[in-house]
Design a protein around this ligand. Structure first.
Ligand SMILES: [Zn+2]
Length: 464
């Protein structure tokens, strides 16, 4: 109320004539009012020594101070501490300069800020909706500091030094690594199942990429199969996800088979995925998938004189002679597609390894137990035995590699970069596996707790 009164009479205070007539009465009256209201910020007291002029000047000073303060806030205590902070949101058509001059800064000052900012931030990257938190100086003529979030974990920070010079820098938040887990049943595609569970798209893509070496997603993944995953999130101090990290553990349960993978980075920085025993996922197909590794090749891939027909024909595989009954292995992880007698081939097995590669095995004496279409096999697993069934002149394995539907020379398959872990690497890997397993168990236990709470009748009575 006092301040309102002061404001109303303030313009008249400026008039000297008014003062000449009324100052003494007014000053005394005012002093009494101020004392009555215990107006401590304004040290208004009257001593007999003071001239009218002194009193007048003091009064003007005090009023001006009061008037400035009262523009901001009516609460004096808050006013004393408050800074002049403005939050500005960039609108369509705004530029940095326009935004700054819009705050009341003169062009030169705004331009200085613009030039300092430009050193670390491209003004063309300014986006509609971007917010700037700007602390203006008391007089509103310069900027004390300016801050704007550029990305989830990056901020632009401008400040003014004692000489009034501006400098800007990009401040990156310190991110914390957090593990996130998800698991679920696959009813449509794996991507849909994972997306429904909140797994981000980039992680889904990584997951598919990792497994594409050993499975064919279109054919091998069936309704009712399931997945599990642990991946890394990088979290900002505000608790937001700044970016996604790596998949550190993954499982695909396909029918009865479980393909489990752990990420491992060796001391040279090489990263690969291995099963719990340290066997590499990215295995190349075996060139000689059989027990007898040192035997000769009786017939190579390509054109040759046929031993039975006695004419020139293309031989679509490699013939490895071996004693009847010796073991034939799966050349790589995969799914049996064909396991039956096929005229010239005799007892024949075809394995699909991934969307690119299949392998085929002919003239077998017989199949190993359980080999039928749909059976998942591991690299090195016995699938059958050497024989001489079909058009064959003696016991041998006829082995074919099929790449994108075309038979290729098994001896020219590119060797994979991945090798199984051994020695110290294996020891280090096993420690990490144990750590991941115990972390995952804890995460699952916590998730189950959450699910129980969510399903309890007290929180969801409509579902009883
Ligand atoms: Zn052959």
């Amino acid at each position: 109320m006092v301040k309102k009164l002061i404001k109303q009479i303030y313009p008249t205070i400026k008039s000297k004539q008014y003062w000449v007539t009324f100052c003494s009465t007014f000053a005394i009256g005012l002093a009494i009012i101020l004392v009555m209201f215990n107006y401590t910020p304004v040290e208004a007291s009257i001593s007999p020594e003071k001239t009218i002029e002194q009193i007048k000047n003091e009064a003007i000073e005090n009023f001006e101070e009061e008037t400035v303060l009262s523009d901001n806030d009516t609460n004096l205590d808050a006013v004393e501490e408050a800074k002049n902070i403005q939050i500005v949101e960039i609108k369509s058509g705004d530029t940095l300069l326009k935004m700054l001059t819009g705050l009341g800064l003169d062009y030169n000052e705004a331009n200085n800020i613009f030039l300092a900012t430009k050193k670390v931030f491209d003004p063309r990257d300014l986006r509609v909706g971007q917010k700037f938190e700007i602390e203006l100086s008391e007089d509103g003529k310069s900027v004390i500091s300016m801050r704007s979030t550029l990305r989830t974990s990056e901020h632009l920070q401008l400040s003014q030094n004692e000489e009034g010079k501006y400098s800007a820098q990009i401040i990156k938040d310190e991110l914390t690594l957090e593990l996130q887990s998800a698991k679920g049943k696959i009813n449509g595609t794996l991507s849909i199942a994972m997306n429904n569970n909140g797994v981000p798209k980039s992680i889904v893509a990584d997951f598919i990429n990792i497994y594409s070496y050993s499975i064919d997603f279109r054919r091998d993944v069936k309704k009712g199969d399931s997945y599990e995953i642990i991946y890394e999130n990088y979290i900002t101090p505000e608790g937001k996800i700044a970016k996604y990290g790596n998949i550190i553990y993954a499982v695909l349960n396909l029918g009865k088979s479980k393909i489990e993978l752990y990420r491992f980075k060796d001391s040279n920085g090489n990263v690969d995925y291995y099963d719990a025993k340290g066997l590499a996922l990215k295995k190349t197909l075996s060139r000689r998938p059989m027990q007898y590794q040192s035997g000769r090749i009786s017939s190579y891939f390509g054109r040759r004189r046929h031993p039975i027909y006695k004419d020139i024909r293309v031989h679509w595989g490699i013939d490895y002679p071996a004693p009847k009954g010796s073991h034939i292995y799966a050349a790589g992880d995969g799914v049996i597609q064909v396991a039956q007698y096929r005229s010239g081939y005799g007892n024949y097995i075809k394995i699909r390894h991934n969307s690119e590669y299949s392998t085929a095995y002919g003239h077998m004496n017989g199949f190993a137990k359980g080999m039928k279409p749909g059976t998942r096999v591991k690299q090195g697993q016995i699938i059958g035995y050497v024989g001489s069934t079909g058009r064959s002149t003696g016991p041998h394995l006829h082995y074919e590699v099929i790449k994108n539907g075309k038979r290729v020379n098994p001896l020219t398959i590119k060797a994979s970069a991945s090798e199984n872990l051994r020695g110290q690497k294996l020891a280090k890997f096993k420690k990490e596996v144990a750590k991941i397993n115990s972390t995952y168990e804890k995460m699952l236990a916590n998730k189950q707790k959450e699910e129980k709470i969510a399903q309890s009748p007290t929180t969801n009575p409509s579902e009883i």
